[in-house]
Design a protein around this ligand. Structure first.
Ligand code: TYD
Ligand code: MG
Length: 480
């Protein structure tokens, strides 16, 4: 009989410790270690990472002689999802889809499975949270009551016991198995509640082993709590081949699926979706874009920003309001808060803008996330425009990274950004001085090279008074 040993597993980072400690020495989390008993497995009995069958002897060989096998793909039929996966599922791989509860994980996977079933692929949706009846109701909501072709190949199972779940998977032999969610699945021989670190790890290991041995794609769904402690997908990240994160605000229609880790593709891609009454719809990126033909407004700047392999003309908005000196608020939504704080300091020090007593709110319009340094100049100009009550010229956009000295630094993929801006009707584009020679043939865009943030601010012009504002009561001048 296999020998058992007691270890302690960190619920935060997944590190295994030989004895209990109050603080995890690997990630520093307090009170996160949890006891678990693991059966000692003979060395070599489990071969999770290799493509070869368990127990087969591997022989070292020079890299040049290794056959470069083409990775076969199984497209899901949801192009935005395929884009993130790198062209579709890879048979025999394990995929973890994490995200806040209620973001749309089950909906997305059921839509992908229905599309696969339509294409003739047998798929199994194992739900540990909902009954088969509830899954059927959701499918009807998504696709209507007429699902005859899918019903044949789209198998549904409501089960929380992992052994029984895998038994059904072996019986049905699906090309894709979805386990939604791992938090409620359990192994009876593990003495811990479902969702605990030891259950999650053991169940995930079994599912990954099933994927490798059967060639079936296993998609594991995991919920993420705000602090990421209880849900534990972090714990599973290193066990699987692909980690996807479903991001977005539950109260906002637009959501994005992003790859955090992908052994078979890039992690730059983002799949864009919108939650509608009939499920998740793929989003045409042009609906998210800023419209440069609108009259310029203070605090609004267009920026050609990168999102994976595509570039979209996004809009950055900022608002400043009188705050408390020393306690002014700074809020960023869809932008990096630390980067915003840095840009405010640069505006104070190198562009002569007083912001210490101003509350500053900055956001990326339309629910998009702009976390790349190329958007720095646009954020700084939006804040400066809002503070000074000035606007940029019509059909103007700005791109460039701002350094701590206020100098503008070159940004990546400028040609792609110029093309995207021109396509959306931008006529003037402020770019870092070092990239003034960038040209894209066939575009009529004029580049305005800028070397320093203080120069870029000179593009801001006094705003023309708008109707209604003229007669508004003037704010009282402060006396202190
Ligand atoms: P769900 O996919 O169950 O989220 P998760 O599996 O990530 O917890 O559903 C997310 C939300 O979307 C849910 O609150 C209901 C809503 N929804 C729609 O708005 N339209 C739809 O067609 C469906 C199926 C769900
Ligand atoms: Mg769900």
């Amino acid at each position: 009989m296999a020998k058992q040993r007691t270890q302690f597993l960190c619920g935060q980072c997944g590190a295994v410790q030989p004895k209990w400690m109050g603080k995890c020495p690997d990630c520093g989390a307090w009170d996160a270690l949890e006891q678990f008993v693991e059966a000692k497995v003979a060395a070599g009995a489990v071969n999770l990472g290799a493509e070869t069958a368990p127990g087969a002897t591997a022989v070292a060989e020079p890299l040049g002689q290794v056959q470069a096998a083409r990775v076969p793909r199984l497209p899901t039929g949801v192009p935005e999802f395929d884009r993130v996966l790198g062209g579709g599922f890879v048979p025999g791989s394990a995929v973890l889809l994490g995200g806040d509860p209620g973001i749309g994980k089950s909906t997305l996977l059921l839509q992908a499975l229905a599309a696969l079933a339509d294409a003739g692929t047998p798929v199994l949706y194992a739900s540990s949270e909902e009954s088969a009846h509830q899954v059927r109701l959701r499918a009807e909501r998504l696709h209507g009551a007429e699902l005859p072709a899918r019903n044949e190949r789209l198998w549904v199972l409501s089960e929380t016991n992992l052994a029984r779940l895998l038994e059904q998977a072996r019986r049905v032999q699906p090309a894709v198995l979805v386990v939604d969610s791992i938090q409620l699945v359990h192994r009876v021989d593990v003495d811990a509640v479902p969702g605990s670190a030891s259950q999650l790890r053991r169940c995930a290991l079994d599912l990954v082993a099933f994927a490798k041995t059967s060639g079936c794609v296993v998609v594991i769904v995991g919920h993420v709590t705000k602090d990421g402690v209880l849900a534990g997908p972090r714990l599973l990240e290193h066990l699987v081949d692909v980690v996807l994160s479903f991001e977005g605000d539950r109260h906002h229609a637009h959501r994005g699926v992003r790859a955090i880790k992908n052994r078979f593709g890039s992690t730059f891609e983002v799949g864009l979706f919108e939650m509608t009454g009939g499920g998740l719809q793929q989003v045409d990126e042009s609906t998210l874009a800023a419209d440069p033909s609108l009259a310029p407004r203070p605090g609004s700047v267009a920026v050609p920003a990168l999102a994976g392999s595509r570039c979209l003309l996004a809009e950055v908005q900022a608002l400043t309001a009188t705050g408390i000196l020393g306690g002014a608020k700074r809020k960023a939504s869809g932008l990096d808060g630390n980067r915003l704080a840095m840009l405010l300091a640069v505006l104070e020090q190198h562009a002569g803008l007083r912001l210490a007593d101003q509350d500053v709110y900055a956001s990326a319009a339309g629910g998009v996330k702009l976390h790349e340094p190329g958007t720095d100049l646009a954020v700084a100009l939006a804040v400066a425009g809002a503070r000074m009550g000035r606007t940029l010229p019509p059909a103007f956009a700005a791109v460039g990274e701002v350094g701590l000295t206020g100098q503008l630094r070159p940004c990546a993929h400028l040609e792609q950004r110029i093309a995207a801006a021109a396509r959306r009707g931008v006529r003037l584009l402020a770019v870092p001085a070092g990239q003034a020679n960038a040209r894209v043939s066939g575009t009529k865009i004029e580049l305005c090279p800028v070397d320093h943030l203080s120069r870029a601010i000179e593009f801001l012009q006094p705003a023309r008074p708008q109707t209604g504002v003229k007669n508004a009561p003037r704010p009282k001048q402060s006396t202190n």
